[in-house]
Design a binder for this molecule. Structure first.
Ligand code: UD1
Ligand code: CA
Length: 458
């Protein structure tokens, strides 16, 4: 059985009031359409055909990573017309499943249930019962409960408008029969469009029994028409992800104040305080705790590491039992060994820090190799950039860098060396000795501080 998936994504999304096509607006950091294409992939589709229109080539360009067939629907003449554009690309398929580029939370299992329900017939649809079905096509059933037709909101009678069960738009059909039905639908209706839903009436006329099934939750069938609905679906998505993580053993201080836009791999007993954002691939070892207001992007933290409030960690790798923050920033290629302490207002970039070393206050370390048990004093700066190129600072094991030192790279500090506070170091510092570059302290005897003149004195 070869499954072909059609994704309708031609709409402008007028109510988004945006220059960007609706299906490219992000949900959890990725375009709406990307979520739908992932779902198609999860179902094992043999071919995915996306019908695009508004925004032109921007949509296929942005989705270039996905293996699908792109078909342009230049003029939007209805959902039936849209599916017709895709059919020539799907001639060798057995079954066709129709998905929507602006309905991002549909679950593969729900679609699998729909396909299973329709396995012995030629047409199946996903329906749902809404408290307020306004805008949806209503499902008209006969006395035996068989689906007779779908009536669109604009074309419905008073009695039909009171039907709560509605068409979610998702359908599965035999490819050859769908081709035949689509060739026969017309656009004589309130909107002058070719309605995909008209295939149901044709199928009924031909005695095809229409299979129906339902989603697990209504979130799955909600589409995005404006930014308010987009935000609502974002929250629904985040709640799902938060609940899945909690079920997997992650403690979230407040699942409503947690956002994930990527993937989190968490060991046992990870705990995450409020307002934490996870982006890209994040790996947290067992027992890691993340304080409030942190952004973690594409990083890895070893077991037992604690991150205190207000840290930004991106592209960094941290060992076990480290302490980061509050207010630390780890930038790409910061590689910290076990038990490293990084404190307040410290920025680390493209630097290795060896086991047990401490960089605790108000420091910039960039392009550096720091050994074990090094103490980098408050306000230390690696002057790594000369305006043209970046240079390396090497600090060997057990060195002690006094406060407010400037280490002008390329430069090396030997093992066990001490650099006096306030020094500007431009040359190699020998191991095991004290090096100071600051001016000697002098006291001027008899010096008087200037005084302000009193009023009227000239
Ligand atoms: C459609 C269904 C309705 C169902 C509802 C669920 C039809 C005729 N009606 O109505 O029964 O209850 O979905 O949300 O199918 N699109 C195109 N090209 C077009 C027209 C639409 O790509 O020419 C895309 C839109 O961008 C949108 C989707 O198809 O993503 C649905 O189209 P829309 O016009 O919004 O259909 P509804 O009126 O919501
Ligand atoms: Ca719609």
């Amino acid at each position: 059985m070869k499954l072909g998936v059609v994704v309708l994504a031609a709409g402008k999304g007028k109510r988004m009031r945006s220059r960007i096509p609706k299906v490219l607006h992000p949900l959890a950091g990725r375009p709406l359409l990307a979520h739908v294409l992932d779902t198609a992939q999860a179902l094992g589709a043999a071919r995915v055909c996306v019908v695009y229109g508004y925004g032109g080539e921007l949509v296929p360009q942005r989705m270039a990573d996905y293996d699908c067939v792109w078909v342009e629907q230049a003029e939007q003449q209805g959902t039936g017309h849209a599916v017709m554009q895709a059919m020539p690309s799907l001639r060798d398929m057995d079954r066709i499943l129709v998905l929507y580029g602006d309905v991002p939370l549909m679950e593969p299992t729900t679609l699998q249930h729909l396909m299973d329900a329709a396995v012995d017939t030629d047409l199946g649809m996903l329906t749902a019962t809404f408290d307020d079905p306004t805008g949806y096509g209503r499902i008209v059933r006969d006395k035996t409960g068989q689906v007779v037709r779908i009536v669109e909101q604009q074309d419905a009678t008073e009695a039909e408008l009171r039907i709560g069960e509605a068409n979610t738009g998702f359908l599965v059909a035999d490819r050859a029969r769908l081709d035949d039905w689509l060739a026969r639908i017309e656009n004589r209706n309130a909107q002058g469009e070719y309605y995909l839903t008209d295939v149901f009436a044709l199928a009924v006329q031909e005695g095809v029994e229409i299979a129906t099934s339902h989603p697990r939750t209504l979130d799955e069938v909600y589409g995005v028409n404006d930014r308010i609905q987009l935000a609502a679906l974002e929250r629904a998505f985040q709640r799902r992800r938060a609940e899945a993580l909690m079920r997997d053993g992650v403690t979230l201080a407040d699942p409503a104040r947690f956002d994930i836009r990527g993937r989190l791999h968490a060991g046992e007993d990870v705990s995450i305080d409020v307002n934490v954002v996870i982006e890209g691939e994040v790996r947290l070892g067992a027992g890691v705790s993340i304080g409030p207001n942190c952004l973690l992007r594409d990083c890895e933290l070893g077991p037992g590491t604690e991150v205190f409030a207000n840290c930004v960690i991106e592209g960094a790798v941290v060992g076990a039992d480290a302490r980061i923050g509050p207010f630390s920033r780890l930038r790409p290629e910061a590689v910290l060994a076990d038990e490293v302490h990084v404190g307040n207002f410290v920025e680390l970039k493209k630097s290795q820090v060896g086991e047990g070393s401490k960089v605790n206050h108000l420091t910039y370390v960039g392009d550096a190799r720091i050994g074990c048990d090094v103490n980098v004093g408050a306000g230390t700066i690696t002057c790594n950039y000369d305006g043209a190129a970046k240079h390396l600072t090497v600090i060997e094991d057990r060195a002690f860098i006094g406060s407010n030192a400037s280490l002008v790279a390329p430069v090396e500090i030997g093992a066990g060396a001490t650099v006096g506070a306030g020094s500007v170091v431009c040359r190699k510092v020998p191991a095991g000795k004290l090096t100071v570059t600051r001016a000697k302290q002098t006291t001027v005897e008899g010096w008087q501080r200037p005084r302000k003149q009193g009023p009227g004195s000239g």
